[in-house]
Design a binder for this molecule. Sequence first.
Ligand code: KIV
Ligand code: ZN
Length: 510
Amino acid sequence: MTDTVRIFDTTLRDGEQSPGIALNAAEKVEIARQLERLGVDIIEAGFAISSPGEVEGIRAVGHAVDCVVASLARTNDEDVDAAIDSLQGASSPRIHVFIATSDIHLEHKLRMSREQVIESAGRAVARAKAFTSDVEFSCEDATRTDIDYMAQVVRVAIAAGATTINIPDTVGYTVPEEYVEILGGLRERVPELDGVILSVHCHNDLGLAVANSMAGVMAGARQVECTINGIGERAGNASLEEVVMLLRTRKPRFGLDTSINTSEIVRTSRMVSRLTGYAVQPNKAIVGRNAFAHEAGIHQHGVLADRRTYEIMDAESVGLSGSDIVLGKHSGRHALRQAFADLGFTIEGDELKRAFDRFKEIADRKQRISSLDLEAIASDSLRDREDDHHLVSLAITTRTGDRARAEITVSNGEEELTAEAEGDGPVDAAFQAINRVMGVSLTLAEYTIGAVSSGADALGEVRVVVESGGRTFSAQAVSTDVTEASAEAYLRACSHAKTATEPEQELAGV
Ligand code: KIV
Ligand code: ZN
């Protein structure tokens, strides 16, 4: 067994399944490039069958990076073919085939017999294998599956060509000792597992995703599936940064390495947080803003005397440095491009032009543009690229005691459309006018407004989540004018809702 643990990042697939997250192809590529700099071994880029946009996103990732790119598929032919299609042109493609194996899933979700599941698993792995030698097979809901039956399924998958076998704790149900027993029991029953990579994939429903993943590693797993900031279905997945720093910090105990360049961790976490709109809690291990802060006087005293008194890791080892990038209105396009690169963003061509115009506009109103502002500008330019509708102008009239009025003009690339509406305050009036111009009627589920950095001239950042036909769509926007940022974000969310014409696939339990 090797002493290296492969890091399989599923931020762009399981992470993207978090409610309200919808990354466009440009955003996926940006995150994938940063994940490659971070040094992950495998990037799971999406679930191809879910929409044509998803296929486009996976393909774009496959073309942008050199590491292994995985595409998820259920065991039916359409799913496997969609995964194959999405990986065309990828230098190291992997197909990740999964099917549920627990009786509860077989009976209530799949309505298949145990024999049918075995047959389906073998057929799908063989179909994937005809396209690529790198095929992963997962037993969904493995930790609630009868172990003798799971052993039969795994045997068939290996015989059909699977080179990685993943045993997921899909519903976050297991505990470390039990997971060790399950994996050990499986290895006893299936000696062929010694010839493939055993993988773990743990959800955090009971807060044990990282502990269970570590137990899996101690039981012989040499691939851990995880996400940046632990985002993912429901309570999320095992957090990549926690798994990696645990292996590094306790290396004398575990004797295991990963290929991760840990100094890229904070940069990656910030990029994922910004592009997904999922904030990182302040006390989050490794990447929370307080993870390396000492509040109590006695702790501060100890740290000043010798950092090792209260610190088990160096802040620098995860990429936290005291210095901040600052640009101002005299900074040129080259400096902006370099500052973006230092933050992990590759902004070029039209995006750079748009970002530079935005930067100049903001620099006229704000003296110091910090790295937080720059991250916001970079993210906004990536979102803008795929927007079908653009805000041309917004006029608001509001007076105490009267209802606010908004007049909005939006371009759809072919023509400009204008509408007026009244509302309870300027933001509501702008949203009503956008509903009219877009011809939609959506439920506003969430509206959050925050300052990107500090100071009275800080950029305002708005995130909205809207609901339409049982689905949620989120969007963000930044501006020094918060009403404008609100209108931009709402327009983007409406545009996503309007263009999401494809029926959503059944993702239950994935
Ligand atoms: O949680 C799960 O079981 C999954 C599989 C598709 C690996 O995400
Ligand atoms: Zn999962």
